[in-house]
Design a protein around this ligand. Structure first.
Ligand code: NAD
Length: 265
């Protein structure tokens, strides 16, 4: 099933579940800027939430807000029994320590899965693994190559694929180009999260049976988006950009909020 149809189906399922339950799961979004991209992402998240019956509240603070003020807001939301999930939109202004903020969010409400003790998995890798499993793609015993080692994608993806018994290899900025070619040629599943247009291209030999997951979002001069993998590689499955992993990430945030609502403390 293509990702758009899959996401629509899962959102409908979520909406029905919320309607049957009769309550309203709620998400608080903290934004500390008035950045164009952040505004756009947040509008998307609020819209997604509304579609399924989740109440999303935006707490928008000016870029000059002191870190203590942001921490106080988070503490208040941590204690608020009407709030199930809390996310802080990144990037944060330079004077605010991202790690301190991430760790201030209660692990029971950290629906982005950024807190080290969060009860939630990071949305992008979880969305990918759920989709592949639902598509009947076998992970156990398969050679899974993850390119990129960020805390929000590469590293948590490695742990999730390992939990599914994949043979996981993580490649990164210090991996030699010739080694990368060797690893991808032997891979059954490749997740690319580098942030470079067509990082995987015709120079790379791939298995015909390979599954390619393109996490990259690269903005072109005309505003259009391009992934990290050159399209049309003729493999078993290749996720598109746009309309691919981004949709899975957005879906998973909603599913994490629902989980927090049902099982949070
Ligand atoms: P990042 O930008 O923090 O880091 C990039 C990673 O690429 C690093 O871990 C680095 O080691 C690796 N890298 C750089 N050069 C390399 C090379 N030559 N060979 C191998 N690895 C190399 O990573 P991020 O935050 O995970 O973002 C990666 C991309 O994914 C960006 O385009 C971002 O916009 C996108 N992204 C998309 C979603 C989504 O929902 N679709 C979510 C998160 C990030």
């Amino acid at each position: 099933m293509d990702i758009k149809t899959y996401v629509l189906k899962r959102k409908q399922y979520l909406k029905d579940k919320i309607t049957r339950d009769g309550g309203t799961p709620s998400l608080a979004i903290i934004q500390v800027n008035d950045d164009f991209a952040s505004n756009k992402y947040i509008a998307g998240k609020i819209n997604d939430a509304k579609e399924v019956g989740i109440n999303a509240t935006l707490i928008k603070l000016p870029e000059t807000t002191a870190m203590e003020v942001v921490l106080r807001k988070i503490k208040k939301l941590n204690k608020d029994p009407h709030i199930n999930g809390i996310i802080v939109q990144l990037p944060l202004p330079k004077h605010i320590d991202e790690n301190i903020i991430k760790e201030a969010i209660s692990p029971a409400k950290d629906v982005d899965g950024f807190h080290p003790l969060s009860r939630f998995k990071a949305c992008t890798p979880l969305g990918i693994v759920n989709y592949l499993k639902d598509e009947g793609i076998k992970i156990s015993g398969k050679n899974v190559v993850i390119i990129g080692r960020s805390n929000i994608v590469g590293k948590p993806a490695a742990l999730l694929f390992l939990a599914e018994d994949g043979n996981v290899t993580v490649l990164h900025s210090r991996t030699k180009a010739e080694d990368l070619k060797r690893y991808v040629a032997n891979a059954d599943i490749i997740v690319v999260a580098v942030g470079r247009k067509h990082f995987i291209n015709d120079e790379h030999t791939l298995k015909k049976s390979a599954v390619l997951v393109d996490v990259g979002i690269n903005r072109n001069d005309d505003g259009s988006l391009t992934g990290d993998i050159k399209p049309g590689r003729g493999v078993f499955l290749q996720t598109p950009v746009p309309g691919g992993v981004g949709l899975l990430t957005r879906l998973t945030l909603l599913e994490n909020v629902m989980e927090a609502y049902l099982h949070g403390i």
